[in-house]
Design a protein around this ligand. Structure first.
Ligand code: GLN
Length: 454
């Protein structure tokens, strides 16, 4: 299937940056053998999976969609990858992404964009467009993504797949190349809510190698998905977020969203409108906090330690090698955010920008806390529009950032969220996603409500 539809950077879906056919077939053969020998098998043993290229994989290239990591082959596995392998899931390969996970369309990949399987002229969302497109195009039944500001949920929404951002700390970040450490979270990209539940139960749970990993058992997600699948939401209190609708939200997206809300009411849920007044500042706070953390993280790409090294003519100093390497190795969006982040962190501006953004972050968490006193879950459309055309927002960073309006608040306060398909928009026939947010550590609620809407 990958050979038939994936193509290359100029044609096809281009969900994969690297396919490990030999490795995956060997892992599949080992799985068959375990089955023949009657060994006790994990429920997902033998089910192939694609992994976003921001998670390190022992012996397989890991580029983060960047030239600066071209040719780098990590010597170890991320905890998520290690758990997948231990449970017998063949790793199909590494999926395309915006460079260092910065973007909402996968067009910022240094290796060319991924295309949306629903319409190859449109974007598959981002930054994890590769993982979502691979699942949507039936190239992989399961995939792993990462979500720092929506990069699992928004690609899920625009490709008609299920995407989950677990509670911050619910899935280990060990071996996840950091974009913004306080926001990053890995999670499932699948075709059904039950698949996602099985996958999160497998990859989630405490990891001593990640100091922010939550030391608690994973909630019973499969049970919650099963409960939701019965279609009964009696007693569930649902809050519709006032701030996640209005001008700029595509009518067809809002229409499908309203239908989902009606469905919840018919399923027995109690639906009320809830205002989270500080959510309107989430985007501004995020685009200060994220570049600040990212600029610091990206300092390690110094031409000495990893991947690319560009050596100018003559007898260059280490500084000149570093400069030339970064100039050639980083794309425009990455450079933009390094400049923004370095500026926001510099003395004299720190309090005015970074400090202020952190205060907004606290206010957003308080909005969530107040909302979750009244309701069990919050719902909204996952993204304001369906998949837009390739190139449409590439030269307008602000227009690109606006895609993340509904997804960012969850990252700023660490709460879990799921995006489930909510049908197709009337005006363009493209998938719409519905987002369900729950309090930290109550990921099971996302699964219950998500499964009820499937
Ligand atoms: N669109 C967001 C950004 O560009 C999403 C990032 C992410 O979740 N990795 O920062």
């Amino acid at each position: 299937r990958i050979a038939a539809v994936d193509g290359d950077r100029d044609s096809g879906v281009h969900a994969f940056l690297h396919v490990d056919a030999d490795g995956a077939l060997a892992q599949a053969a080992a799985s068959d053998e375990r089955r023949r020998d009657g060994e006790p098998l994990d429920v997902l043993d033998g089910v192939p999976i694609a992994v976003k290229d921001v998670l390190v994989t022992n012996g397989l290239p890991t580029t983060c969609g960047s030239r600066i990591l071209e040719g780098w082959v990590p010597p170890y596995d991320a905890t998520v990858v290690r758990r997948l392998k231990a449970a017998g899931l063949p790793i199909l390969g590494k999926t395309n992404m915006d460079e260092f996970a910065m973007g909402s369309s996968t067009e910022h990949s240094a290796y060319g964009p991924t295309r949306n399987p629903w319409d190859l002229g449109r974007i598959p969302g981002g930054s994890g467009g590769g993982s979502a497109a691979a699942v949507a195009a039936y190239e992989a039944p399961l995939a792993i993504g990462t979500d720092t500001g929506g990069s699992i949920r928004q690609p899920g929404a625009v490709t008609g797949t299920v995407g989950v951002k677990p509670t911050y700390g619910g899935v280990s970040r060990y071996g996840l190349v950091a974009l913004a450490n306080s926001l990053d979270q890995a999670g499932p990209v699948t075709r059904t809510v039950m698949d996602a539940a099985l996958l999160q139960e497998l990859i989630g749970g405490h990891d001593p190698l990640d100091s922010t990993s939550v030391d608690q058992p994973v909630p019973a997600l499969v049970d919650a998905a099963r409960q939701g699948a019965s279609g009964d939401l009696t007693g569930v209190r649902v809050g519709v977020v006032t701030e996640m609708s209005g001008d700029g939200w595509q009518p067809g997206v809002m229409a499908r969203f309203q239908e989902s809300v009606d469905l919840m009411v018919r399923a027995g849920a109690e639906v009320v409108e809830v205002s989270c007044p500080h959510f309107v500042h989430a985007l501004a706070a995020y685009y200060l906090i994220l570049p600040a953390e990212a600029s610091s993280n990206l300092a390690k790409f110094d031409a000495m330690r990893y991947g690319l090294r560009v050596v100018p003519e003559g007898n260059p100093s280490a500084e000149e090698v570093m400069k030339a390497t970064r100039d050639a190795g980083f794309g425009d969006e990455v450079k933009r955010r390094i400049i923004l982040g370095t500026y926001a962190l510099s003395s004299g501006y720190y309090d005015a920008y970074y400090g202020q953004a952190q205060k907004v972050r606290t206010l957003i968490s308080r909005d969530f806390a107040a909302a979750f006193e009244r309701v069990d879950v919050l719902v909204s459309p996952t993204a304001p529009t369906t998949a837009f055309k390739l190139g449409e927002k590439l030269d307008d960073p602000l227009a690109m950032y606006l895609n993340d309006l509904a997804t960012i608040p969850a990252n700023l306060s660490g709460v879990p969220g799921i995006s489930v398909p909510a049908g197709l928009a009337n005006e363009d026939g493209l998938p719409v996603g519905l987002q369900v947010l729950a309090p930290a550590l109550a990921d099971d609620r996302c699964y219950r409500v998500g499964a009820a809407l499937e």
